[in-house]
Ligand binder design. Structure first.
Ligand SMILES: *Cc1c(COP(=O)(O)O)cnc(C)c1O
Length: 429
């Protein structure tokens, strides 16, 4: 796939990964060595716009200078104590994050999947202790085409064969419904008294940026309250400014905290954050909820060696502060609207792009199904050649999610790259 073999440094690194690495990913053939803001550079010095942002982990932009200097400083001071002892960074971060998002308590973990696992354990135990569900009978409702991570329990309720087949026996206790269909949720709630929680992505990212109707989350909220079921919002990808508000659960609210001002406001019972919680510097996740729920976990019943270490705690606090101080959610909202309206102008006359959808700067274009599944991949290769990195998700969908620090001029530059690349592509088919 790489044309220049002898002079091309990329081939060397590609070969190493392919020879010595597990074959668990299918990366776009580009080898990166440097990042700054919205840009990344490959080993040959070629510069690209990053339109994936490490699946929305790099909302703050690559190597944000404030994060870098904090990391250098904290790395020289104290990194890990384990939770066997207290540290001087965790408490301040917990106070900051709980007040900002409007919850009593925070439980720190590392990866997104661990955050999801934590929410599953919390809601099951809450079910037994508080809702009085019979032992081992708890059920959790999840959506078809969900993506919540890769652990054994989390893939047990995936509906993607590649993610779950041959990894059984699977963890039981999950009920599937279609995402965005409120009547389906009500039907299962009516039928089953043992349901303890509903785990939902406000917008399904990996499934291809599926945006439900605007009132969906609100209706989910009221059904969950009505049936005494915990609403768990997995905002690992949609949160922290990505969709044009601090959280996707904030609906259309643009203010800098998780407030109750707006009619679109939805407050889940359990909120899961990860990815951009570190600005892409380190794996950090968090689970937030009120005392009533969090208190079901007592010493010795859950934990993580690295979770809540002073390094992570100081990074997470700063990473959130950057999103607020630089008004990244507002930027995502304004630029997201420009992106979709400009793409729609192009799509009217496009032979292969069917539609653009998304919210804020989490967007995707859908390639017409008349074209084979290679089309999206081939477009991404051409985009790479033209200086923009994006990746297909779910076959014929290409996700476009640049760091939220992107400027209007840069966005127009990128829209130009994307539309001219696809036009070029249309000519060649
Ligand atoms: C990425 C992601 C996860 C898993 O996070 P990891 O850090 O990869 O474990 C879970 N849920 C959603 C919605 C995600 O996008």
């Amino acid at each position: 796939m790489i044309e220049k073999t002898s002079k091309d440094l990329s081939q060397f690194h590609l070969d190493l990964e392919r020879k010595f690495g597990a074959n668990d990913y299918h990366p776009l053939p580009v080898v990166l060595e440097k990042g700054e803001g919205v840009f990344v550079w490959d080993v040959n010095g070629k510069k690209y716009y990053d339109f994936l942002s490490a699946y929305s982990a790099v909302n703050q932009g690559h190597c944000h200078p404030e994060l870098v200097s904090l990391i250098k400083n904290q790395a020289e001071t104290l990194t890990l104590t384990s939770r066997a002892f207290y540290n001087n960074k965790l408490g301040e971060y917990m106070e900051f994050a709980t007040k900002l998002f409007g919850f009593d308590k925070l439980l720190p973990m590392n990866t997104g999947a661990e955050g999801v696992e934590t929410s599953i354990k919390l809601s099951r135990k809450w079910g037994y202790l508080k809702k009085k569900v019979d032992q081992n009978q708890a059920k959790i409702v999840v959506c078809n085409n969900n993506f919540h991570g890769r652990t054994t329990t989390v893939i047990s309720f995936s509906t993607d064969p590649g993610s779950k087949d041959f990894f059984g026996p699977h963890t039981p206790g999950f009920i599937h419904i279609p995402h965005g269909e409120i009547s389906a949720l009500e039907n299962v709630f009516k039928k089953d008294k043992n349901i303890v929680s509903f785990l939902v992505e406000p917008i399904q990212g990996e499934a291809g940026v599926n945006v439900p109707e605007p009132e969906y989350l609100k209706k989910v909220r009221s059904l969950c309250s009505q049936y005494n079921v915990l609403m768990i919002a997995d905002e690992i990808q949609t949160g922290l400014g990505r969709t044009g508000s601090l959280l996707a659960s904030c609906g259309n609210c643009t203010c800098e905290s998780f407030c109750e001002q707006q009619s679109t406001y939805v407050r889940p019972d359990i909120l899961i954050l990860a990815k951009a919680l570190s600005g892409g510097t380190y794996p950090i996740s968090a689970v937030l909820c009120d005392t009533e729920i969090m208190e079901v976990i007592q010493p010795g019943q859950h934990g993580s060696t690295f979770g809540g270490n002073p390094f992570a705690a100081s990074i997470a606090k700063k990473a959130i502060e950057i999103i607020i101080d630089e008004r990244l959610a507002q930027n995502a909202r304004v630029l997201g609207e420009i992106f979709r309206s400009e793409m729609n102008k192009y799509i009217k006359s496009s032979k292969i792009v069917k539609l653009v959808r998304g919210k804020g700067l989490l967007n995707a274009i859908v390639i017409d199904e008349n074209h084979d599944s290679q089309t999206a991949w081939n477009i991404c290769l051409k985009l790479r050649d033209n200086g923009l990195l994006a990746k297909p998700t779910h076959g014929n969908v290409i996700r476009f999610a640049p760091p939220l620090v992107i400027t209007k001029d840069q966005l127009f530059d990128c829209i130009n790259i994307i539309t001219s690349t696809i036009k070029e592509f249309e000519k060649s088919i």
